[in-house]
Design a protein around this ligand. Structure first.
Ligand code: HEC
Length: 101
C-alpha cells in the first residue's frame, strides 16, 4: 500500500527547495535597472562620492521612490517604459534605499 501522506510531504519539500530558482530573474532585473540608470546618465546628478545622493530625502517608501524615478525620467525626457522604470526602482531600492514597502 502506498503511503500518500509521505508522498505529499516529499513533494512539498521539493516545491519549497525549488523556490530560490524563481528568485533568480530578479537579479537580472536589478542588473538591467543599473544599466538603464547609467545609460540615462542619472549619475550625473545623483552619484556623489560613489553613492546615490538622495538630495532632499523625500522618499519614504517604495511608491515614493517609483514616482521619483518617473518624475526624473519625464523631466529629462528619457522615455522609459513603465517596466523600465520598475527595474530602475528595484535597482535603486536594492542597492541604496533598502525600503521594505
Ligand atoms: C539634472 C539633475 C538630475 C538628473 C540627471 C536626475 N535627477 Fe533625480 N533628482 C534631481 C533633483 C534635483 C531631485 C530632488 C528634487 C526635490 O527634492 O524636489 C531628484 C530626486 C530624485 C529621486 C528622489 C530622491 C529622494 O530620496 O528624495 C530619485 C529616486 C531620482 N531623482 C531618480 C532619478 C533617476 C532614476 C534619474 C535618471 C533618469 C535621475 N533622477 C536623474 C535631479 C536629477
Amino acid at each position: 500500500m502506498i503511503n500518500f501522506t509521505k508522498i505529499s510531504y516529499k513533494s512539498l519539500l521539493v516545491a519549497v527547495c525549488s523556490l530560490p530558482l524563481y528568485a533568480e530573474p530578479l537579479d537580472g532585473t536589478i542588473q538591467e535597472g543599473g544599466e538603464l540608470f547609467k545609460k540615462a546618465n542619472c549619475q550625473k546628478c545623483h552619484i556623489v562620492d560613489g553613492t546615490f545622493d538622495k538630495m532632499n530625502e523625500k522618499v519614504k517608501n517604495v511608491n515614493n521612490l517609483a514616482s521619483w524615478v518617473s518624475t526624473c525620467d519625464n523631466s529629462l525626457h528619457i522615455g522609459w517604459f513603465p517596466e523600465e522604470q520598475e527595474k530602475v526602482t528595484k535597482y535603486l531600492n536594492e542597492t541604496y534605499y533598502k525600503l521594505k514597502k
